[in-house]
Write a protein that binds this ligand. Structure first.
Ligand SMILES: C[C@H](O)[C@H](O)CC(=O)C(=O)O
Ligand code: MG
Length: 390
C-alpha cells in the first residue's frame, strides 16, 4: 500500500528565491527592460515600479504519514499560500501519495471558476512538484527516474542575462538578452535595440547564438520590423514578442519573420489547453515554466503534444524543477540558465539563497544529480512564514 498524505503546508518567503524578479539594489533584470507597461513612461525604467515582484515566493511542503516531507517552490506568495491551505489541501490530505493524476485533476477542476492560469496554476504547480519531490524521497529515486529516466548523460545550457559575451566565456551555447526598448520608444528605441545587438555580436563573434527576450512588450508590426533588421546581426530567436493572449498575432509573426529566425514563447502560458492554442500558431519553440504551467503532471502532456507537432520544448528557467524533466525528453535538447548575478558576470544558483544543493552548470553543462526527489533542501537560514493554516 502506498503511503498517504498527512499534511500540506504553505509558506511565503520575501526577496529573491523562486520570485527571481524580487531583487534589491542594482540588478540587470530590472534595468529598463521593455514590458507591456512600457507604453507608460513612468513605468519604463523599473519593472518593480509596476509590481513585477509583488507576489514573492511560495513554498509548499507535503508530509507523508511516515513523516517524510517533500517540498517545492514557485512564484505565488501569500495569495498562493491561501489557495493551497484553504482550497487545494483538501484534495491531498488522506490520499495516497501516488494519486498524482487524480489530485491534479481535482485541483484544476475545482478552481476553474477563478483559475485556469496565472497564480492559481502557479499554486497548483507548486503542489504537484512538492508531490513529485515527496514521491522521489519515499522511493529513494530522483524525479528524472520517476519520469522514465534520462535520454542523455548531461544537459547543455544557454544563458539568459545582460552579458552573452561572459556567457560564451563560461561555456554556454548561447546568450539571451533582455530587449530594452518597446514600440512606444519609437525609432530611437529601435536603433538602440539594434545597436546593443550589433555590439554584442561584435563581442561574441559569428557563431554564438544570440537571442532577444521581449517579455510581451511588442506588437506584430514592430516585432516584424525588429526581426528583419536583427537578421543581419544573426539573431537566433525572438522570444515572447507579444502578449500571451494574442495567439493570432503569434501565427502572423511566425509567417512574417525572416527565414531561419525562430519565434519562441510560452513562459506565461499554462495547461495543455493553453499550449494547444499556442502550438496551433506554429511557433518554433514552446517555453513552459514548470513552476507555473501546472507542474510536471501537466508538462508531461504539454511536451507529448509538442512532440507530435514537431515542436521543441525548452522550459523557462525553473532550475531543478525543469532539469529533471528536460533530461528525460528528446524534444528538449537544451535548457535555460537564468543568470541571477546582478551584472550577469558570474554563475550563482537561480533560486539562491532559498535552496541548498541547487546545482549549476559548469562549462555550460550539468549532470542532473541522482539524489532523491529534486535533490535540493530548503535553506534553514532563509526566513519563512506560514500566513494561513487549515
Ligand atoms: C529577462 C526576462 O525579461 C525575464 O526576466 C526572464 C525571462 O523571461 C526568461 O528567462 O526567459
Ligand atoms: Mg522569457
Amino acid at each position: 500500500m502506498p503511503r498517504t498524505i498527512a499534511q500540506v503546508r504553505a509558506y511565503t518567503v520575501r526577496g529573491k528565491g523562486a520570485d527571481y524578479h524580487d531583487q534589491s539594489g542594482y540588478h540587470w533584470i530590472d534595468d529598463h527592460i521593455a514590458t507591456p507597461m512600457s507604453v507608460y513612461p513612468e513605468y519604463r525604467q523599473s519593472r518593480q515600479s509596476f509590481g513585477i515582484n509583488v507576489l514573492g515566493t511560495l513554498v509548499v511542503e507535503i508530509e507523508a504519514d511516515d513523516g517524510t516531507v517533500g517540498f517545492a517552490v514557485t512564484t505565488a506568495g501569500e495569495i498562493g499560500a491561501w489557495i493551497v491551505e484553504k482550497h487545494l489541501a483538501r484534495f491531498l490530505e488522506g490520499r495516497p501519495v501516488t494519486d498524482l493524476e487524480r489530485i491534479w485533476d481535482q485541483m484544476y477542476r475545482s478552481t476553474l471558476y477563478y483559475g485556469r492560469r496565472g497564480v492559481v496554476l502557479n499554486a497548483i504547480s507548486g503542489v504537484d512538484l512538492a508531490l513529485y519531490d515527496l514521491l522521489g524521497r519515499l522511493r529513494g529515486e530522483p524525479v528524472h527516474a520517476l519520469l522514465g529516466g534520462p535520454v542523455r548523460d548531461e544537459l547543455q545550457f544557454y544563458a539568459t542575462g545582460a552579458r552573452p559575451d561572459v556567457a560564451k566565456e563560461l561555456g554556454f551555447i548561447g546568450g539571451k538578452m533582455p530587449l530594452h526598448h518597446g514600440p512606444a520608444e519609437g525609432e530611437e528605441g529601435m536603433r538602440r535595440n539594434l545597436d546593443a545587438l550589433a555590439d554584442m555580436r561584435g563581442r561574441v563573434g559569428e557563431d554564438f547564438w544570440l537571442m532577444w527576450d521581449c517579455w510581451m512588450s511588442l506588437d506584430v508590426d514592430y516585432a516584424t520590423r525588429l526581426a528583419h533588421r536583427a537578421a543581419e546581426h544573426g539573431l537566433r530567436w525572438l522570444e515572447e514578442a507579444l502578449i500571451p493572449d494574442d495567439y493570432w498575432g503569434y501565427a502572423q509573426l511566425k509567417r512574417q519573420v525572416p527565414p531561419g529566425m525562430l519565434v519562441t514563447t510560452g513562459e506565461h502560458e499554462a495547461t495543455r489547453w493553453g499550449f494547444r492554442q499556442l502550438l496551433e500558431t506554429g511557433v518554433d519553440i514552446i517555453q513552459p515554466d514548470v513552476n507555473w504551467c501546472g507542474g510536471i503532471t501537466e508538462l508531461i502532456k504539454i511536451s507529448a503534444m509538442a512532440d507530435a507537432h514537431g515542436t521543441m520544448v525548452v522550459p523557462h528557467g525553473s532550475s531543478v524543477y525543469s532539469y529533471h524533466f528536460v533530461v528525460t525528453r528528446t524534444n528538449s535538447p537544451f535548457a535555460e540558465f537564468l543568470m541571477m548575478h546582478e551584472t550577469a558576470e558570474k554563475i550563482v544558483p537561480m533560486f539562491a539563497p532559498l535552496l541548498l544543493g541547487e546545482p549549476v552548470p559548469e562549462n555550460g553543462r550539468l549532470r542532473v544529480p541522482d539524489t532523491p526527489g529534486f535533490g535540493v533542501e530548503l535553506n534553514p537560514d532563509v526566513e519563512r512564514s506560514r500566513p494561513f493554516t487549515h
